[in-house]
Design a protein around this ligand. Structure first.
Ligand code: ACO
Length: 434
């Protein structure tokens, strides 16, 4: 069950008072379990005809949520209260998905049942395969994912009953189960290999690897080190609070739309280079830098406000400290490269770049630290993934978070989300007589 504790309302004097010509309004302050409190402005428009102006939502809590907590200053990320580092060490993606979706770690029986449910929903309806064939071979996997996941919503539309909890859970499990099949097919289709069927005797990450890299002419053996690394990538990307793509899913879902279609909207939002697309951009940037000697030039460009160049994989809207996921993934990247005997010059450039940037006054004063994307690309590249698949893997993993937020939202619906605006256009005027 999702844990939707209502925030406690502080009693006066813990309130914000606003005053205008119509009088004073006392706005209550809501406290969560952790993190900053929030001024409840819901009555501000109705009573005082005032809106809150916060483009980019830098100071806006768009909802209450009990799923994930981030303390950006301290570099803390908690899934349902558990630190991401502890989950990375002791848990796995499916267990973490259960935790995110239902609020608690599963006991062994629940874990087995959850895994069984996932395994038995991995197949795609054969008609779905026709959608892949409609794409050009050089289509970006994220474009294919947006299209195919959107199309998938048509296959289960009548089965989704938002009022029925069991059906809501089935919709969430179904999509989580099918995402590896869709993501792998987006890749194999683009390189002209046959689309692979899932193998239910494999784990979630191992099965994804066989669908990505297996060919019908050979038996595919899953490398357990790579399966563990892939599972860790999934776990680290599973949820991240009210980011752009999750907010997109929630906003779309607030109208009561088909959740699978809402996830297609989330995938579109994730694709951008300021969000999930950053791991692709990091690899492009490291290649462009080319060698350790060119790092000072790259740093100078990133600091130059007349140059659009940014240090991709650096900076975060919420973290003003190390992204805790970046440390975990950096360690895993080193282990996997060692296991595979790969000496990737991009890793050397990344390590040096990080060291230099972390001592540079520009990055220090702006609290720009490496985020999860800084090393995830290097790890995925070592595992044989082409750059354009990086964000598709992120989308697959984030489906756990998107569906958790969708389940939370449907259990705590507050009607359609409808932001307002500060209108700065022309006042009313008459159509000119000509
Ligand atoms: N390189 C150089 N300068 C930067 C960078 C960067 N990567 N990121 C921010 N800055 C600068 C800004 O120019 C700004 O400088 P100013 O104060 O002199 O004007 C200052 O740091 C503050 O930056 P904001 O733009 O306010 O930060 P914001 O919270 O809006 O942006 C974002 C965060 C979008 C992630 C930004 O840091 C960025 O574009 N980073 C590179 C892309 C990236 O790695 N994205 C992945 C995010 S993580 C994820 O989605 C999984």
């Amino acid at each position: 069950m999702s844990d939707n504790r209502a925030p406690s309302v502080r009693t006066p004097p813990y309130q914000v008072t606003i005053a205008d010509s119509t009088g004073e309004a006392h706005l209550p302050i809501l406290e969560g379990t952790l993190g900053p409190a929030a001024v409840d402005i819901q009555q501000m428009y109705g009573k005082h005809n005032l809106l809150a102006y916060d483009p980019g939502f830098r100071s806006t809590a768009s909802c209450k949520s009990a799923i994930t907590f981030i303390d950006g200053d301290a570099g803390v990320l908690l899934y349902r209260g558990y630190p991401i580092e502890e989950l990375a060490e002791h848990s796995n993606f499916l267990e973490a998905s259960h935790l995110l979706m239902f609020g608690e770690l599963p006991d062994p029986q629940e874990a087995e049942q959850f895994e069984k449910e996932i395994r038995h929903h991995t197949l795609l309806h054969e008609q779905v395969l026709n959608f892949f064939r409609g794409f050009r071979r050089d289509a970006h996997p994220m474009a294919i994912m947006v299209g195919v996941v959107g199309a998938l919503s048509a296959f289960y539309h009548d089965d989704i009953d938002l009022q029925d909890r069991d059906r809501r859970i089935r919709a969430a499990i179904r999509l989580l189960a099918k995402m590896p099949t869709i993501a792998a097919a987006s890749y194999t289709y683009s390189i002209g290999r046959p689309i692979r069927y899932p193998w239910n005797d494999l784990g979630y990450a191992g099965n994804f690897l066989q669908m990505l890299f297996g060919v019908p002419s050979e038996v595919y053996k899953v490398d357990p080190v790579l399966a563990k690394a892939m599972d860790l990538i999934f776990l680290l990307h599973a949820d991240h609070e009210q980011n752009a793509s999750t907010s997109t899913v929630r906003l779309a879902a607030s109208s009561g739309a088909n959740p699978i279609a809402c996830v297609a909207a989330g995938i579109a939002s994730l694709w951008g280079p300021a969000h999930g697309g950053a791991n692709e951009a990091v690899i492009r940037m490291l290649k462009e830098i080319g060698s350790v000697e060119n790092i000072p030039k790259a740093i100078a460009r990133a600091k130059d406000k007349n140059d659009p160049f940014l240090l991709m994989g650096f900076g975060h809207r919420v973290y003003k400290n190390f992204d805790p996921r970046a440390r975990v993934i950096q360690r895993m990247a080193k282990d996997v490269l060692e296991h595979l005997g790969i000496n990737d010059p991009l890793l050397d450039i990344a390590i040096q770049l990080e060291q230099i940037a972390l001592q540079d006054e520009y990055f220090v004063t702006r609290k720009l630290y490496p985020n999860v994307d800084f090393y995830s690309g290097i790890l995925l590249r070592a595992m044989g993934l082409p750059t354009n698949m990086f964000t598709a893997i992120f989308a697959l993993a984030r489906t756990a978070g998107w569906m958790s937020h969708w389940l939370e939202l449907t259990e705590d619906a507050h009607g359609i989300d409808r932001p307002r605006q500060l209108y700065v256009g022309h006042p009313q005027r008459s159509y000119p007589k000509r």
